[in-house]
Ligand binder design. Sequence first.
Ligand code: NAP
Length: 267
Amino acid sequence: MAADVGADAALVAPAHILITGASSGIGAALARYYARKGMRLSLVARNEERLEQVALECRKAGARTEWNTIDVVHSEAMRSWIEECDGRQPIDMVIANAGIGGENVIAPPAGESLSVSRDIIETNVLGVTNSVIPLLPRFVARGKGHVVIMSSLAAHVGLPDAPLYSASKAAVRVYGHGLRRLLGPKGIRVTVVCPGFVATPMSASVPGHPPFLWSVERAAARIVSGLGRGKREISFPWQLAALTRFAAVLPPSLIDPLLQRTRRGRT
Ligand SMILES: NC(=O)c1ccc[n+]([C@@H]2O[C@H](COP(=O)([O-])OP(=O)(O)OC[C@H]3O[C@@H](n4cnc5c(N)ncnc54)[C@H](OP(=O)(O)O)[C@@H]3O)[C@@H](O)[C@H]2O)c1
């Protein structure tokens, strides 16, 4: 949709992309999608074996690829590696994708525990800011850069299965849109990505059949195409995007009984 395409910053094809959560699922698919000659990829996740395997595939496809096993929660480790990567070649795009979800965040009957709530907020919110903030002064000084934040359609509604996961995705969605309004005039692009269900280990961990499930390759292709067109928000599939946006504007008294029926977790 043309109205969603940002006009405040020039569109430049990225030559160096940093991706967090690149060892699996959407992050790994994005790394593979972007991997080609002339591209530099800097990949972050915690699992060494899986991350190294993805990096190897990207190198085979022709991309100069480096990787590091860092927990995105560790702000100093993230800052220092991001600055190192940017020093080797300026980073054009950061994709803050690492996140926890699926069965690990499904709320038991009395709600999430304190430790799960801390893990969700630290990984899904602070993990995003730890990945993005070290680059912002550099992007502003260069007058260019593209920040990509992985949110979710769950950001539009508080899901009874995962209240804190929904809240974490709402937080980074709003952060991304605010950041663009702050930095857009300085030439910085910010895109918020809101997927519905994508077939990854995360979604597979939840029992049942998620509606409108997309393959990870299809999701990566849609994200890359939207980023290439400078979209401010990339949401898919359209059916779930329309439903969640509509649900978000209904009064809670109307939408609560409907959303309560979506609960699939432990009752
Ligand atoms: N799949 C869906 O249906 C769906 C829908 C909407 C939004 N999303 C979002 O999309 C993103 C990717 O999810 P996915 O479905 O691809 O899940 P996934 O296959 O489980 O991948 C998650 C990635 O995040 C990394 N990660 C998790 N915690 C981390 C940490 N503390 N530090 C560094 N890396 C960490 C994981 O790597 P390590 O375990 O190696 O650290 C892995 O590479 C998430 O933000 C998720 O919330 C997914």
